[in-house]
Ligand binder design. Structure first.
Ligand code: NAD
Ligand code: UFG
Length: 347
């Protein structure tokens, strides 16, 4: 029996594969490689010393997905596959609704047809939009502010409806994980975040400035109501996040197999850092300067966002252990040893 990992060649998926293998699970990875490289899966094999079954497969390809479920014994699904760029979702909303919603619908239909009950879904803190207060608990209001965030909330709602009203006597056991800001890389430096274009997110941008690929960072606003005026976020090491998936899967598999359930968890550290603190921590960890300039706020950004992670601590027995300097040191190891990501011409 295998765990089906959709989007397993991507940033969080590849790191989670390492943790799942370490916990003794057998994997089946599917990915259409629209935002990743098959090399990431080879590197997972290199790190773990185990072979991983990988299929290049698009969730929009229903017959291929069905054949995948027919040919493999799947005990549970961890569903990372999706498009995730906030700005692109504003300019191409149909692409996002089509890929993320329809891809998930196809996956759920295949699970139902083949009698697979257990699902872990990658949601996001973006569903909270601009929170009324911090730290953010799972009970906080949800009001995403962009099409990407709305795809996440729609899928959460679909899964919640499904578990409330089991179709055709199918039992669904679902965990929704709302990630805060994943950063860092596997400590080996073999896998990490490999944006296909100029990075949208802070840490990969800083890393590319430090390695000399980009000239300077633009800090989006220093007039927020935060201690130093720059945006504050809950950055979480991707290995801690990956371990959260293993804990969630183990917990899910211990739940009553006779009734449907859907449970949501924040995965964050509970601590917020500002953009200027992040720059400073990266310079310390890498020994490289990160030149920056303050520019106007980025549309849609909020001042402060960090998690209350207590529910995951209590129920999943999980908490983030890695500190900011480990996040930055591991990012730097990955970036400096793979300056062009998985595309490195030296290979
Ligand atoms: P990623 O882009 O590195 O990984 C997603 C993977 O899904 C990619 O490998 C991509 O090729 C694949 N994919 C996309 N559409 C597909 C399809 N139709 N069929 C098959 N494969 C498809 O992104 P990530 O950072 O690893 O994020 C993983 C998940 O976590 C996503 O669902 C994302 O929305 C969510 N998430 C990410 C963050 C973040 O900041 N990285 C934060 C919150 C939530
Ligand atoms: N920032 C800069 N310059 C940059 C990039 C970012 O100053 O070049 C700032 C932002 O203004 C923000 C902070 O750095 O204050 C973090 O920005 P990111 O783009 O790294 O992350 P966000 O919090 O904006 O959003 C990310 C993902 C979302 C996800 C959210 C919560 O992009 O999809 O984390 O998980 F929903």
């Amino acid at each position: 029996m295998a765990i089906l990992v959709t989007g397993g060649a991507g940033f969080i998926g590849s790191h989670t594969c390492v943790e799942l293998i370490a916990a003794g699970y057998e994997l089946l990875v599917i990915d259409n490689l629209c935002n990743s490289r098959a090399e990431a899966v080879s590197r997972v094999e290199q790190i773990t010393g185990q072979s991983v079954v990988f299929l290049k497969l698009d969730l929009l390809d229903k017959p291929a997905l069905d054949a995948c479920f027919a040919q493999h014994k799947i005990e549970a699904v961890i569903h990372f596959a999706g498009l995730k760029a906030v700005g692109e979702s504003v300019s191409k909303p149909l692409l996002y609704y089509h890929n993320n919603i329809e891809g998930t619908l196809n996956l759920l239909a295949a699970m139902q047809r083949h009698g697979v009950s257990d699902l872990i879904f990658s949601s996001s803190a973006t569903v909270y939009g601009d929170p009324d207060s911090v730290p953010i608990t799972e009970e906080a209001a949800v009001r995403p502010t962009n099409p990407y965030g709305r795809t996440k909330l729609m899928i959460e709602d679909m899964l919640s409806d499904l578990t409330a009203s089991p179709a055709d006597n199918h039992i669904w056991r679902v965990v929704l994980l709302r990630y805060f800001n994943p950063v860092g890389a596997h400590p080996s430096g073999l896998i990490g975040e490999d944006p296909s274009d100029i990075p949208n997110n802070l840490v990969p941008y800083i890393a590319q400035v430090a390695v000399g690929k980009l000239q300077q960072l633009s800090v989006f606003g220093d007039d927020y109501a935060t201690p130093d005026g720059t945006g504050v976020r809950d950055y979480i090491h991707v290995m801690d996040l990956s371990n959260g998936h293993v804990k969630a899967l183990q917990w899910l598999q211990q739940q009553d197999a006779g009734s449907s359930m859907c449970e949501v968890f924040n995965l964050g550290t509970g601590t917020g850092y500002s953009v200027l603190e992040m720059i400073n921590a990266f310079e310390q960890a890498s020994g490289q300067p990160v030149p920056y300039k303050i520019v106007a706020r980025r549309e849609g950004d909020i001042a402060t966002c960090y998690a209350d992670p207590q529910k995951a601590q209590h129920l999943l027995q999980w908490q983030a252990d890695k500190n900011l300097s480990e996040m930055m040191a591991d990012t730097w190891r990955w970036q400096s040893s793979n300056p062009n990501g998985y595309d490195d011409p030296q290979e």
